[in-house]
Design a protein around this ligand. Structure first.
Ligand code: FES
Length: 165
């Protein structure tokens, strides 16, 4: 599992500016850099100190927003839209396909640590519904098992290439 060092954490804080109104952007960047889509207690502590916040206040923010995670997720964080337009174009079938192809339920990471999925509200990709957002990239319409299988394979290949680099 990748870890974000003190220096890397402070570089992200300084990029945004050590101000509390930048907290959300800082945490999102650090979560992306973690490799497992989460903010570790160590990183949270560094950010809290840099922004002159209590760790409790930072934890409150961290647990309030559904896109922020305080426990390790997976290399690829899949957000599955469950709002009405996606619902009518096959969100339930997409969810069932993901469960089948990944072999896990919502909120549970695959054994290889590559994938986890969560159902979320509309993220503005209704024109390509049913849609999923994976590490901030929107994919859709994911309206067949073949499309989902090929997308997951592309991501597995990408992860493998990243390991040998
Ligand atoms: S309803 Fe699914 S992205 Fe908007």
């Amino acid at each position: 599992m990748e870890q974000t060092s003190y220096a890397q954490t402070m570089a992200v804080v300084q990029k945004h500016g050590a101000a509390q109104d930048k907290l959300h952007a800082i945490l999102l960047d650090l979560q992306d850099a973690s490799g497992m889509n989460y903010i570790s207690p160590e990183v949270a502590g560094i950010v809290a100190e840099a922004l002159c916040m209590t760790p409790a206040k930072l934890y409150e923010v961290l647990t309030f927003y559904s896109m922020l995670h305080s426990v390790p997720q997976a290399k690829y964080l899949i957000e599955l839209c469950g709002s009405t337009p996606c619902h009518f174009t096959g969100a339930a079938a997409l969810r069932a396909t993901l469960e089948k192809q990944l072999g896990v339920k919502e909120g549970v990471a695959t054994e290889d640590g590559l994938f986890i999925f969560h159902c979320v509200q509309c993220f503005g990709a209704c024109d390509v519904s049913p849609a999923a957002k994976i590490n901030h990239v929107v994919y859709g319409p994911l309206d067949s098992e073949e499309k989902v299988a090929s997308l997951l394979q592309k991501l597995r290949d990408e992860a493998r290439e990243g390991e040998v680099r």
